[in-house]
Design a protein around this ligand. Sequence first.
Ligand code: S3P
Length: 169
Amino acid sequence: MNILLCGFMGCGKSSVGKKVAHLSNYKFYDTDKYIEKKEGISISEIFNLKGEPYFREQETLAVKELCQKDHVIIASGGGLVLKEENVQIIKNSGCKIVYMDVPLRALHERLKRTEKRPLLQREDRTEFINTLHAQREPIYKKVADYVLPSGMPVVPLAKNLLKLIENWE
Ligand code: S3P
């Protein structure tokens, strides 16, 4: 079985995924890192040089390839499950989706100073996060097999996730 973590930027998909992999025999992948490695440039550079639509195509390719592996935990970029095609690929492969639900206030705190996220390099960051979160949250909840309350430190969170995964196995 495979697990894909989804949720808003800053919800901790990568740190929790890494920790779970460390505590188990799952292998960890991160779609952003996977794309960066393939392209040889950063996500910000891909957005700047090739545009967001190109990035979104690479995300679909990445999730297709990663879902074919076995026993992996995948941290997805915050926009990945918004594309219906990607959700179909994930579900058809038998991979479970976990939505990491972090209170909006905590997300604001975590995203205050981020410079590596191209979507947030704007003057009206606070309002933009509010709008985007309101649009995306219902979709995250809809596509998820499980909504994991995630406003807590990484170690207890990873342990909760691991318990959930063990129940599924
Ligand atoms: C994006 C989230 C980012 C990255 C890209 C776009 C999004 O990943 O994929 O900047 O649309 O929410 P994180 O969720 O890991 O920050």
